[in-house]
Design a protein around this ligand. Structure first.
Ligand code: ADP
Length: 264
């Protein structure tokens, strides 16, 4: 049995006293080595969940437990070692002047010794297929390559969970494929939990479990196939017909039988 890595327990969050609640009594678990996709219409609270998981925000009500520790002001530095995040815009997250500096950045902040750092740079750039680019400057890289370097930088500090918050949204199809192949490989090798917040259905289909957010609440948490079987209800919460039709198609391609055609 896999242990629980993340617990959201009755979490409610708003951005200020005069703002509406963005998350309302939200509970879910994420297990070790599990791949979970979080989907939902715009504004349903997905990115807020990612920020709460990384201690960028704290809930007003409820608790978030990661690896047995509650996320709070005192634990955020431990938590940030455990939770690696890659965001949407590849240009905003490249902090080094070369690929190797960029991967080194997180390790430098954590005082990793130099020899160990050189080893991990090499290991993790190899893992994301960017080993030949040590001294390359960011402007010479494609968006997909930049995101792969960002993933290497996150992996270099050995997190337990990797969160991709719309990390493929600004990439062309080739870049998206590169990233998804990369994360799938590194998840297997590093025994990581993976959370993908996404509109890309290939990411949804590859996940073991899908959490569907609606109006700041967990509407459903089950397999991609079970989620698809609720297509009428999905439409009602703003996941539109093309989305569901493509999901069915992707499930078929992935060899998962679907019982009904989506549009009948
Ligand atoms: P999603 O990722 O599902 O699109 P978000 O978590 O980004 O949703 O946003 C949820 C809600 O919180 C939205 O209504 C959004 O407008 C609001 N929100 C997000 N960030 C802020 C902020 N910094 N200040 C105030 N409201 C915010």
């Amino acid at each position: 049995m896999r242990g629980k890595l993340i617990e959201f327990r009755n979490v409610s969050f708003r951005y200020g006293d005069d703002y509406p609640w963005v998350l309302k009594n939200c509970s879910f678990d994420i297990y070790e080595s599990e791949w979970v996709a979080i989907i939902g219409h715009n504004g349903s609270g997905k990115s807020t969940i990612a920020k709460l998981l990384n201690g960028l925000l704290f809930p007003q009500e409820g608790e978030i437990i990661i690896n047995g520790q509650e996320v709070n002001q005192e634990t955020i530095w431990d938590i940030r070692r455990e939770v690696g995040m890659v965001f949407q815009n590849p240009d905003n997250q490249f902090v080094g002047t070369t690929v190797q500096d960029d991967v080194a950045f997180g390790m430098e902040n954590r005082g990793v010794p130099r020899d160990e750092m050189v080893k991990r740079i090499d290991q993790n750039l190899t893992a994301v297929g960017m080993a030949g680019y040590l001294l390359t400057e960011p402007h010479r890289l494609s968006g997909g390559q930049k995101q792969r370097v960002a993933i290497a930088g996150v992996l270099a500090v050995s997190p337990q969970v990797l969160i991709l918050d719309e990390a493929t949204a600004m990439l062309d199809p080739k870049g998206r494929t590169e990233i998804m192949e990369t994360v799938s490989n590194v998840q297997d090798k590093n025994d990581l939990s993976l959370i993908t917040i996404t509109h890309d259905l290939r990411e949804v289909v590859q996940a073991e479990r899908v959490i569907v957010m609606n109006e700041g609440q967990v509407w459903e948490a089950s397999t991609p196939r079970e989620v698809f079987s609720k297509k009428d209800a999905l439409q009602k919460i703003g996941l539109d017909v093309p989305f569901i039709a493509v999901l069915a198609e992707e499930l078929k391609k992935a060899g998962v039988p679907v019982t009904k055609e989506p549009l009948n």
